[in-house]
Structures are given as C-alpha cells and as structure tokens.
Design a protein around this ligand. Structure first.
Ligand code: PRX
Length: 659
C-alpha cells in the first residue's frame, strides 16, 4: 500500500464504533489500558494469576540479563494442566474442547474430559519411548487431533516440541530435526488435502535417510494412521501410534515446571538462508496467549464457538488454535483440509454446522473468497458470527470491509491483529467493544504492550510519520532466544535499538496515533501470511546444477500479498540447452523439493545478468520494479548501467508474463 493511499484513508475512511449492546457484554473494557498504564508489571501479574500455578511466583520480570528476559521466574506451572485438567476439575469436563472436522467430512467432537485422558495417555507413551523433560520432539502431522494431543503431551512432561508444517520438504524437515536434535518424530501415514491423501511418512523416511554419514538424533518415529496409505517401515524405529497408545496407562499426574522452562521451538525464516529456531517458554507465553485470546476475541467460553483456520504448524496455530483457546476453556473447531475441498463453500459450511461465533483467518483467504464472489458465503447461514479476526499481513481496507459486510453481516467487528512468531502472541490490535475500528489499520498496542515507531536514529516519529516498528518494553510471550544461537538473537533483534526489540516491519503512525503496518523492511517476504526468506530460496536455486546465480524478490500479488519471483543466471554449459519455460519449470519444482511447495516461485525469469552495485551487492529493488511491472527506479549506483535494459528486453512479453 502506498503512503499516499494511507494518507487519504486516514482522513476519509469509514469508522465503526462498537455497538452499545456489544460493549455492555464485552470481556474487555477501556480500564485494561488504564490499569496497564498505571502498573504494567502488576497488570501482567494479574493476567498470569488467571492461570493455575503449581507454585506461585513472587517476581514478575527480570530484565537484568537483557535481552534474555525472565517472566514469573520463581513460579512453577504445567502448561497442559492449565489447558486441560483444571477445566475438568472446575466441572467443565463435558464441554467440547475440539470439534474436529476432517476434509472428507468425517468428524469428532472431543470433550475436555476426553482430551485430558488422551493427553495423559500420550504423555505416558512419550515417557515409555524415553522422552523426558528437556528433550525435543519433532511433530510433522496434518491438522488432526493427534497434532494437538502430541503438543500437549510433550508440554505435559516438560519436553520441547518443534512442530514442522506438513508442507515442508524432507530437506527442511531434516534441517529442523538436526538443529533441535529431536529424539522422536511424530507423523502420519498421510493427511487429506484437496480431495486426496497427501503422504507425510515418505518425507520423514527421506529426511532421516539424508546425510547418512551423520546419523540423525531420531530414535523413534511414531506414526498416526489417518490416510490408509501404504507406508514403508523401518523395524525397531517406526511405531504405530494406535498400537503403542493401547499399551500405556491413562492416568498421569502433571508436575509443575519452572515458568521459564522451554515449551517449544518454532522455525521461521530470517534474512539468511538458515531458518531460526524461535524459542518460547511456559509461564509468560501462556499468560499472554490466554489474555489476548480472551480479550481480542471477546471470548465467552460457555457459549462461543471459536475457529482459527491456521494449521498448527504455524505460530498462529500454536497460540490461537491450541494454547490460547484451551487455556481459556474454549470450544474450538479444527479443520484438516483446504478451504475449497470438496467445494468452494466448505469453510462457510463448517461455520454453519458448528455455529462458529469467533473466526480468525488471514487476508489472503479473504481476498480469495472476495474474488470468488459473495454468492458462495451467501448460500450459508453465518448469523452465528460475532467477531472476525485477521492476521499475517496487512489487510487492505477493501478486504476488511468485505469481510465485515459479507461474512460478518455488516455488524461483526473486524480485529486486525499484528504479531510475529517471535512475539508469541498478539501485540497490536483493536479490542472489540472498546475500539472504534478503522479498516486497514492494526490500530493500537494491546494493554501492557509498548509499541513505538522510530526513525533510523531511534527517535520517535511524529504523528503522520513513517518509520520502524519496535517493542519498547519486554512482554511476557516474547521469544527467549534463537535455539543454539544467542549471538544471532542479539544481532537480529537487539543490535539496532538496544533494549528495544526491532521487529523488522515498517509502520506509520496516523494523526490519531493508530498504527498502519507497511510490510517488512528486510529480505523477508510474506506470501499468504507465511514468511519466506529471499536468501533461503536463492540458496535452494543455486543448489541446482543448472544455476550459476540467482536473485529472489517478493512481488506484490493480488491474492497472496506477495509472491516469489526469481531471476536466474544459468551456468554457461546449460544456457540455451532447454527452452526457458522448461528450465524455469524444472527450477520451480526444485525449490518446492528443497524447501516446500509454499516457497515455489510464481515466476522464474532466466536472465543473462543481474543488476549489481560496484561492490557486488544485488539491487533487488530494481528487480522488484521489474517483477511488479513498474518503471525501473534509480539505476545510478549500478556497476553496469545497461544491465536493466538487457533484463527487461529479454523477458518474454515483458515483466508481467508468467514463466
Ligand atoms: O510483517 C509482519 C506480518 O507477518 C510477520 C510475522 O510473520 P510470522 O512470524 O510468520 O507470523 C505470522 C502470524 C502472526 C510480521 O513481521 N504480519 C503479521 N500480522 C500482520 C502483519 N502485517 C500487517 N498486519 C498484520 N496484522
């Protein structure tokens, strides 16, 4: 979005004040801001006390070893107990925790009592397989109940999960297994996607067979039977979940772990080729996950049905499909498949079926539905919906309005929530019932969160100005580090503004002090709300024997926000041996194999040269101009001023053509 269009929206755009009825029943009130303003740490301590502590904490924050924060450090809790047992003990065992809907239409509704029992059993199974506190377990599963059960069982025994999204390739999986030294992998014979079973076990087999000279840390592979796929079996290593679970006891007493005990690692793309293992711990993470989930969605757990469409493989799935809703005793929908299988109205059908009242999804999905037309959602009863959330990338005002009008019957508040894998939970969002909504802006920091927009020198920008988004004070669910790499942690987030966290996003403050996110300022792309690094895709491309050099940019895309566009120079011996379309299709496939289908470039342009500065740095800005079909910007710092002319002339049908 250009700065100009933001300016005009600031002044002329529509505003939606909360209705008096909504405000009267709202969970959140304006007092939260006042309380947090008066005593930020006291405010978070109050939120933390809404959880069950095996041992109470006396300290709130220890920031003496900044940037390594400790929250509630002398307290002890069990994350799984907070998500399960305590609801059963409070008399809510019969409440449905999860309405699980499989893509082919099979379904299972699991109560808190049942989920607790299943997690206890799985915890016993993990112990039987030799997993104990501090060990890491890789989870590579479709969106099936066992994914949540596995995460909670790992948490229950104080082990650490590393969930790897099922769309990642064998190579990516192995990289993550090695980095975390996972002892166990939990996977499935397959999961339903787009009307067919997509296999997962072969990728695990492939991952563990890679680099045979250095055997992996994995001792066992636990396989959930979901897809009825034929699977290869490594005797002694591979075990069926259903067979193993039948051998263990269903009683398990949860012990308390220190608040700073690691809960999970989740890998995300950074500006270099190697993904970063973002580390989250227990007490602070769960506190902020539960607080934000409750207040931003206005959760009334006795009556609401909540659905977060994210896969558990992403941070949104961790915090808002698993830990936040379960900590709050909510009833959630978990859906296995894709939005369009077997028909384009599948999501709306699910909302109608379960009476979903709180819905959380990504702008890319909203824009896809907008394109398909309102006749599809109009064919379903969506009248149960009362709060709509958005996450992952800026939501353009047109999509925001469509979401409210068509999905939310013109009345449901839309909350645009800004946060990151690193922040663990929401940081910027409106509060329904409190905030007057402004389409396109994520609006204000949540209570207890301190956000600033700074210029390069670290000075706050004036109202109306643009700059870099920072979090000025530590927050409970902040990342505690990058797994195994404290230096990279300090360098990436803390070297620019000292003890203020640099998020990597550009932002603009409007005259009312509302925040408008402007996208990443580093070499990280955002494709359909998922983070991809240019460096990672470039290194996948040059690992192909045909490729000499490559440059990757994120180009604006109507549906996915950004799309991957690559420019590739072939090695001399390969240049011209294949038609460009064939070379580019082989390379697109190669990237999908190396990283995963989400990283497959939309277009690959085979070029003779890349634009570089005199010091040899590739000028991606110019390539982005080409990829977005714009006039080429300032080329005066190029080593060879003619190179952009050669590139644009050589492109088939100009910049916009599909490879
Ligand atoms: O650029 C911001 C964008 O997504 C990045 C974080 O990506 P990830 O760690 O994968 O987490 C995504 C889900 C929390 C941010 O640096 N982003 C996320 N939410 C928004 C957003 N950009 C604008 N508006 C949002 N609401």
């Amino acid at each position: 979005m250009s700065t100009n269009s933001i300016d005009s929206l600031q002044h002329e755009g529509p505003r939606f004040a909360p209705s008096p009825e909504f405000t009267a029943n709202a969970i959140a009130s304006g007092q939260l801001y006042e309380q947090a303003q008066a005593d930020r740490l006291g405010f978070w301590a109050t939120q933390a006390k809404a959880l069950h502590w095996h041992r109470d904490f006396t300290q709130v924050l220890d920031w003496s070893d900044a940037p390594f924060a400790k929250w509630f450090a002398d307290g002890e809790l069990n994350v799984a107990y907070n998500c399960l047992d305590r609801h059963v003990l409070a008399g809510n065992g019969e409440r449905i925790a999860i309405h699980w809907e499989g893509e082919p239409g099979d379904s299972r509704s699991i109560s808190y009592a049942e989920l607790t029992a299943e997690v206890k059993q799985a915890a016993n199974l993990l112990t039987k397989l030799g997993v104990s506190s501090g060990d890491t377990v890789a989870i590579y599963l479709p969106n099936v109940p066992e994914a949540l059960i596995s995460m909670l069982a790992v948490a229950r025994i104080g082990a650490i999960h590393s969930v790897v999204f099922g769309g990642f390739s064998a190579e990516s999986l192995r990289q993550r297994i090695d980095d975390a030294q996972a002892k166990l992998v939990i996977t499935a014979d397959g999961g339903w996607r787009k009307g067919k079973v997509s296999p997962l076990k072969p990728a695990v087999d492939g991952a563990l067979a890679l680099n045979k000279e250095t055997p992996s840390s994995v001792e066992h592979v636990l396989v959930v039977k979901r897809g009825e796929n034929e699977v290869e079996w490594v005797e002694g290593r591979d075990l069926w979940w259903h067979e193993q679970i039948a051998t263990v006891d269903s009683e398990h007493e949860a012990q308390g772990f220190e608040a700073e005990h690691p809960l999970f690692i989740l890998y995300t793309s950074g500006t270099t080729g190697k993904p970063k293992g973002i580390l989250h711990t227990s007490g602070g993470y769960l506190t902020q996950a539960a607080f934000t989930h409750r207040s931003v969605f206005d959760l009334h757990p006795e009556t609401d049905v909540y659905w977060c469409t994210a896969d558990v493989g992403w941070i949104t799935g961790h915090t808002y499909a698993v830990y936040g809703p379960l900590a709050n005793g909510a009833t959630s929908v978990i859906y296995e498949g894709t939005p369009d299988a077997p028909h384009a109205g599948r999501w709306w059908e699910i909302i109608q079926k379960y009476g979903v009242s709180l819905f959380y999804t990504a702008p890319t999905a909203i824009r896809t539905f907008m394109k398909l037309g309102r006749q599809i959602p109009d064919g379903f009863d969506l009248s149960s919906l009362r709060v709509l959330g958005s996450v992952g990338e800026p939501i353009n005002p047109e999509a925001w309005i469509w979401y409210r009008d068509v999905i939310g019957a013109g009345t449901a508040p839309v909350v645009d929530t800004w946060w990151q894998t690193e922040t663990g939970a929401m940081m910027i969002s409106a509060l329904p019932g409190v905030t007057t909504l402004k389409p396109g802006s994520a609006q204000v920091a949540l209570p207890g969160i301190s956000i600033e927009v700074l210029d390069e020198q670290g000075e706050p920008v004036a109202a109306g100005g643009g700059g870099l988004l920072v979090v000025a004070e530590p927050w409970p669910s902040m990342l505690r580090g990058i797994w195994g790499d404290p230096e990279r942690f300090k360098e990436t987030y803390w070297s620019k503004f000292g003890t203020k966290y640099f998020a990597g996003d550009g932002a603009r403050l409007d005259e009312d002090g509302d925040i408008w996110l402007l996208g990443r300022v580093d070499d990280v792309m955002n494709v359909s709300g998922h983070r991809l690094s240019t460096a990672e895709i470039e290194s996948a491309l040059v690992s192909h024997p045909m490729v000499a050099e490559s440059a990757v940019v994120g180009a604006a895309d109507e549906v996915t926000g950004q799309a991957v566009v690559a420019f590739v120079i072939l090695r001399a011996e390969h240049a011209g041996t294949l038609p460009d379309e064939e070379a580019s299709s082989a390379l697109r496939k190669h990237v999908a194999e190396q990283i995963g289908a989400i990283a497959r470039p939309r277009q690959i342009f085979i070029v003779g040269e890349l634009p570089k500065t005199r010091s040899g740095k590739i000028m991606r800005r110019l390539l982005q101009d080409v990829a977005e079909g714009r006039e080429i910007g300032d080329t005066t710092t190029l080593a060879d001023a003619d190179v952009m002319k050669f590139i644009t002339e050589a492109l088939p049908g100009g910049a916009g053509a599909s490879a």
